[in-house]
Design a binder for this molecule. Structure first.
Ligand SMILES: Cc1ncc(COP(=O)(O)O)c(C=O)c1O
Length: 398
C-alpha cells in the first residue's frame, strides 16, 4: 500500500484537510506521558548503553567527548554544512577545526576527507543529516586505517540504523539530542566507547523554573494541536508570563533550540522528568509513524518540492523532510502566511565557509528548508501540509 493510500485509509471521518489548525514543528507532550510507567519492552540504543553519559543538551555531550578524547589543540575534520552549536562545543573544548565538503545533496565523499587528513588530524566528526546515514562503514574503515577517532553526530538520528546497526554505534563516540525526536523538555546523550573517567559525568540538574516552563509549553502545544478549547490563548498567555517572570528575576529565558553554547551549563545532566517521559514512549511506533509521514510527503511533493535525499532507505527514522527551493525567502513567506510549520535548514553563512571553497554548502544555506514528519502529525494534518506546500511553492498567495 502506498503512503497516500495508508493516509487515506487512516483519515478520521468528518474533518476536511483544509480544517487543520495549528501544527507543531516538533513532537508535543501528551498529558498521559507524564505518568510513571514501568516498561516491559527495553529502551532503544543509546538510552541504556553502559558507555553513555546524560546531559541537558547534546552540545554539552560534544564538549565532554572532545575533552575525554583529548582533542585540545588537535585538529578535527568537520563537515562544512553545520548548525553552529556543535562547532562551538568543539571550539570551547579547544579543538582546531578543518572543514571538509558536503554536497548540495547532503552527501559526503570519503576520498575528499582522506585527502584532508594531515599530521595534526586527530578526529573525524560526521553529521547524519535529518537521520539519514553518512557512509559510516567506509568512514570507520578510513579512521581505523589512519588512526583517527570517529565522532558520530546523531542529533538528528535517534532510532535510525544503517545495515541493521543503530547510528551512533559505529564510531568511538556519538551524541544524541532527544528533544528533536521526542517530547522531552531536555536530554542529550553522549556515548564514549573507551568509557568515561568520573570527571566527565554531568551531575547538576537543569533549573526547575526553566524545566517547568518548557514542559508546560510542550503540554499546551499538545492541547492546541488537538483543538482543545482556548488552548492557543492559554499557551500564548503562559509564554508571555514565563518570559516576564524570567526578566523579573534577571535570568535569561532560554527558548528551545537556543543556538548558544554556555560553558557554565556544561555539567548539567538530563532532568528526571525527561527520563520519566522516555519510559512512556512507544519507540517502534514513533519510527513507523515518521517513516510513513515522510513517505507521504515524498509521494505528494516529489514533483514540486523534491526531497534533498531522494529515497528513504530501510532502517532510517527521518527527523524531517528536507527540500530545496530556488526562491526560498518568497516561498518561506508564503508558507508562514499559511501558518505552515516549516524550518530553515541552517541559512546562516559562517565565516569558516568562504564562498569559493564550498559552493555546494552555500547553495544549501541559500535554498534549503524542512518540513516536520514527526509522530504527532495525523493523516489529516499531513494532507493539509502537503496541499499548502504545493500551493506555496507554485506561487499561490495564502
Ligand atoms: C547537527 C546538530 N548537532 C548538535 C546539535 C546540538 O543539539 P542540542 O540542541 O541538544 O545541544 C544540533 C542542534 O540543533 C544539531 O543540529
Amino acid at each position: 500500500m502506498t503512503a497516500a493510500a495508508q493516509v487515506a485509509a487512516h483519515r478520521q471521518r468528518g474533518v476536511a484537510p483544509d480544517q487543520a489548525a495549528w501544527m507543531p514543528l516538533f513532537p508535543t507532550l501528551w498529558p498521559s506521558m507524564m505518568r510513571s510507567a514501568a516498561r516491559a519492552a527495553g529502551l532503544p540504543f543509546p538510552l541504556t548503553d553502559p558507555d553513555r553519559r546524560e546531559f541537558t543538551f547534546a552540545r554539552y555531550g560534544i564538549y565532554a567527548i572532545a575533552r575525554a578524547l583529548g582533542l585540545q589543540g588537535r585538529e578535527v575534520l568537520f563537515p562544512a554544512f553545520f548548525h553552529c552549536v556543535e562547532l562551538d562545543a568543539l571550539f570551547s573544548a579547544g579543538a582546531r577545526i578543518a572543514l571538509y565538503p558536503i554536497g548540495a545533496d547532503l552527501q559526503l565523499d570519503p576520498q575528499a576527507i582522506a585527502d584532508r587528513i594531515g599530521p595534526r588530524t586527530a578526529a573525524l566528526y560526521v553529521i547524519h543529516y535529518a537521520g539519514f546515514p553518512a557512509p559510516i562503514r567506509a568512514l570507520r574503515a578510513l579512521c581505523r586505517e589512519r588512526g583517527l577517532a570517529l565522532i558520530e553526530d546523531c542529533a538528528h538520528a535517534l532510532l535510525s540504523t544503517a545495515d541493521g546497526e543503530p547510528l551512533g554505534s559505529f564510531g568511538d563516540a556519538a551524541v544524541f539530542s532527544l528533544p528533536k525526536s521526542l517530547p522531552t523538555p531536555d536530554g542529550g546523550i553522549a556515548v564514549l566507547r573507551a568509557g568515561w573517567s568520573n570527571g566527565a559525568r554531568g551531575h547538576s540538574q537543569p533549573k526547575a523554573s526553566w524545566l517547568t516552563a518548557h514542559t508546560v509549553s510542550l503540554l499546551l502545544a499538545n492541547l492546541q494541536m488537538r483543538h482543545l478549547p482556548a488552548a492557543a490563548e492559554v499557551r500564548a498567555v503562559a509564554l508571555r508570563m514565563g518570559k516576564a517572570a524570567y526578566s523579573a528575576t534577571g535570568a535569561a529565558y532560554v527558548p528551545m533550540g537556543t543556538p548558544d553554547f554556555d560553558l557554565t551549563q556544561a555539567d548539567t545532566t538530563m532532568s528526571a522528568l525527561s527520563r520519566r517521559i522516555l519510559m512512556t514512549q512507544d519507540f517502534p511506533a514513533i519510527a513507523a509513524r515518521r517513516r510513513r509521514n515522510y513517505r507521504y510527503l515524498l509521494e505528494q511533493l516529489e514533483g514540486v518540492a523534491p526531497p534533498i535525499i531522494p529515497a528513504l532507505p530501510a532502517g532510517v527514522c527521518p527527523l524531517f523532510y528536507p527540500f530545496r527551493v530556488e526562491h526560498r525567502d518568497a516561498v518561506l513567506a508564503r508558507l508562514q502566511a499559511r501558518a505552515v510549520p516549516v524550518g530553515e535548514f541552517w541559512p546562516d553563512r559562517h565565516p569558516l565557509t568562504p564562498d569559493p571553497e564550498f559552493p555546494s554548502v552555500n547553495e544549501l544555506r541559500r535554498t534549503a528548508l524542512w518540513l516536520p514528519c514527526h509522530q504527532d502529525l495525523t493523516p489529516n494534518a499531513l494532507e493539509w501540509l502537503a496541499l499548502q506546500v504545493r500551493q506555496a511553492v507554485q506561487g499561490e498567495p495564502a
